[in-house]
Design a protein around this ligand. Structure first.
Ligand code: RIB
Length: 296
């Protein structure tokens, strides 16, 4: 079983600020750093560091060389990634003193997918392979339809949530990974229990992972609900915590782990990610996650 992650690759420009700028406000940052990120790259690195066989597909611009190095150093197969004219995607991230962030995306090459490219990539995968998707590339609905026809198991993290998600047939998704806000945007409900009830009713064949920030996560699958608390750590930067959880979860399910065990490993991995700065680079390797468990 292979994991194909069809997604975004961004350069993250991270500005450290005392607080995130309010509308109309001008503030100074006290540090600026550039990291490799993008939900596609982060989730691919997470699944690979968890131990899975990962393939990343996506489009980078003329400035995209660093992404290839990142894939290589993480053992990710990057042969599906194409370099095109123009700029790679990037994100402008304000990171405040409490480790909370605000993210502005520029799609760049991530928004240049063509149907011909999608078909070519998916042609290299088979029924039963996992497909990891987020909402930072164009043609998401097309990718879902084609992958479903092939019998791939689709993991969708519909983030950032927007109108494009409404064009996607969520009944074709095997595992939907959302946070509370996205749960509300999809269902119109604010109570997490009701969000899950509604999604279960609408998409009975789709398992749902609902992350609840400080309150942990609930996984709803085949009529059963599994709860997972967070591991408390000093928060330095929450960027890529959700991506860590998603990538680890796909990898763990792929290796046949029980849901309870997978959830615990994911929570430990995400805790390590929030305890350090950056996106892709902050995601821990499996060894570190296992040790974190022992020393807690
Ligand atoms: O989920 C975190 C990611 O969101 C960042 O790396 C940024 O690039 C945006 O895609």
């Amino acid at each position: 079983m292979k994991i194909l992650d069809f997604g975004s690759l961004n350069y993250d420009y991270v500005y450290s600020v005392e607080h995130v700028a309010a509308p109309g406000e001008t503030i100074s940052s006290y540090e600026m750093e550039v990291f490799c990120g993008g939900k596609g790259l982060n989730q691919a690195i997470s699944a690979a560091r968890a131990g899975a066989e990962v393939y990343l597909a996506g489009l980078v611009g003329e400035d995209g060389g660093l992404f290839m190095d990142k894939c290589k150093s993480n053992g990710i197969d990057a042969s599906c990634i194409r370099q095109i004219q123009g700029k790679s995607g990037h994100a402008i991230i304000q990171l405040d003193d409490r480790g909370q962030n605000s993210i502005l995306l520029y799609g760049g090459s991530n928004q240049q997918m063509t149907k011909e490219y999608v078909d070519k990539v998916l042609g290299q995968f088979d029924s039963g392979d996992f497909l990891l998707l987020q909402n930072e590339v164009n043609l998401l609905d097309y990718i879902i339809d084609r992958a479903y026809e092939k019998g791939m198991l689709i993991f969708l993290n519909p983030s950032p949530f927007n109108e494009k998600i409404k064009a996607c047939d969520l009944a074709k998704v095997s595992v939907l990974l959302i946070n509370e806000i996205e749960g509300g945007q999809i269902t119109g409900e604010t109570d997490s229990g009701k969000v899950l009830d509604l999604l279960e009713e609408r998409y009975p064949h789709t398992a749902v992972m609902l992350t609840l920030g400080e309150k942990g996560a609930v996984y709803c699958c085949k009529g059963k609900r599994y709860r997972q608390d967070i591991y408390q750590v000093k928060t330095v930067d929450t960027t890529a915590a959700g991506d860590t959880f998603t990538g680890y979860f796909a990898a763990l399910l792929g290796e046949g782990a029980a849901v309870e065990e997978a959830l615990q490993v994911c929570a430990r991995a995400a805790a390590i990610t929030v305890s350090r700065k950056g996106a892709a680079d902050s995601i821990p390797a499996r060894e570190e996650v296992d040790k974190f468990h022992i020393h807690k």
